[in-house]
Design a protein around this ligand. Structure first.
Ligand code: SF4
Ligand code: SF4
Length: 363
């Protein structure tokens, strides 16, 4: 794994053009030079040259990032902000008592135990899978931690796909994202290696998930570990699969719906097609449909003020559409959207795409 020093050359590629500032959602609400990647890179370049220490103050700015990747998208030098910040966080955390505590919480006696207990308790509420047909599409289902605990998603999948897919579900660990962003690189690597091993020697058409963050992290594995086991064209969202199957959905009464695109959802072309296939549904695109919901994992805990501000902005855009439902494809975004609507008094219901479609009659 590369150290922060190894990124010195990449950090030096920053031309200080400031384009990242114009797209960074946090810079828009807190126009402090150290918030967007330009300022972060200037500080971290100073660290790699030995001019600055990786101090608590710098760590505050490392944590002040949604990892939304908007800056990288527009950066003419294509600097990998998330990877650099995750590496800086790892180096900052080493040996810190606070990080030892975080690592304890993320270890087998707390995090792993919660997931294990959740899996056991939710098992009786999961309906038996429908027997797949002979020509069913073979998918590896990467369930993600939230769906390990809550059984509903499995039941929505059964209802929508019936016998059209054959689900292969190896015993995956967490995708590793919560560990990566806390500088717990050791645990991230353990999860990534474990999960990658489970893709080996399996025959499948797609790796499918209903969590944009999980999918984004699976696609990120090759950036941290040398592996050829992830084929980006095979990692898809259930939405892609639904669009591929061309199902038709009939809702009993006329409803209005809008869509929030999670930052880590790479491909959202399915959404128009799915809503076109929904009878009695009017799709109203919202302004800033791909703006971050403000939750961003531990960001909401570390920066509650900014998290609330961003989720309120998002909620105002949702309310403007007058939609009955806001649909998304990431369990963490569901929390961010609910937070915003709660703070603004919005009445729009927040649902996952699978839950939304399960409310209909499917043909
Ligand atoms: S857009 Fe890229 S090159 Fe321009 S200031 Fe930001 S990080 Fe530097
Ligand atoms: S990843 Fe997002 S929040 Fe972080 S610096 Fe880039 S644009 Fe700003």
């Amino acid at each position: 794994m590369k150290s922060l020093k190894d990124y010195g050359k990449e950090l030096n590629k920053c031309s200080k053009c400031g384009l990242c500032e114009s797209v960074c959602p946090l810079f828009k609400i807190n126009p402090n030079d150290c918030v967007a990647s330009k300022g972060k890179f200037i500080m971290l370049h100073g660290v790699t040259k030995g001019d600055l220490e990786l101090s608590d103050k710098i760590n505050k700015y490392i944590d002040l990032c949604l990892k939304c990747g908007k800056c990288k998208e527009f950066c003419p030098s294509d600097i990998d902000v998330c990877k650099i910040l995750n590496t800086a966080k790892y180096e900052y955390s080493r040996g810190k008592y606070s990080s030892k505590f975080v690592k304890f919480l993320q270890g087998k006696y707390v995090f792993d135990l919660i997931i294990k207990i959740g899996k056991i308790l939710s098992a009786p509420f999961r309906k038996k899978r429908t027997k797949p047909s002979d020509d069913a599409i073979k998918v590896i289902y990467f369930k993600g931690c939230v769906n390990q605990i809550f059984p509903q998603t499995d039941n929505y999948i059964n209802k929508i796909f019936k016998n059209d897919i054959k689900i292969i579900e190896p015993d995956f660990e967490c995708c590793g994202l919560p560990f990566l962003s806390e500088g717990n690189m050791e645990k991230f690597v353990i999860c990534a290696k474990h999960n990658l091993n489970l893709f080996k020697e399996k025959e499948y058409d797609y790796i499918v998930t209903d969590c944009a963050s999980c999918a984004g992290t699976l696609l990120d594995y090759p950036r941290y570990l040398p592996t050829t086991l992830i084929n980006p064209s095979k990692v898809i969202n259930f939405g892609n699969l639904i669009a591929l199957k061309d199902y038709k959905f009939r809702f009993k009464k006329q409803i209005k719906v809008t869509f929030h695109k999670p930052c880590h959802l790479h491909n959202d072309v399915f959404i128009n097609k799915i809503f076109e296939n929904c009878e009695n549904v009017e799709y109203i695109p919202m302004e800033g449909y791909d703006d971050c919901c403000g939750f961003a994992g531990s960001f909401a805990l570390k920066n509650p003020k900014y998290s609330r501000q961003l989720s309120k902005q998002k909620a105002q855009n949702i309310i403007k559409t007058n939609a009955d439902y806001v649909v998304t494809t990431c369990p963490a975004c569901i929390l961010g959207l609910k937070q915003g609507l709660l703070l603004t008094g919005g009445k729009t219901k927040v649902v996952s795409l699978l839950e939304f479609l399960s409310m209909s009659e499917i043909k």
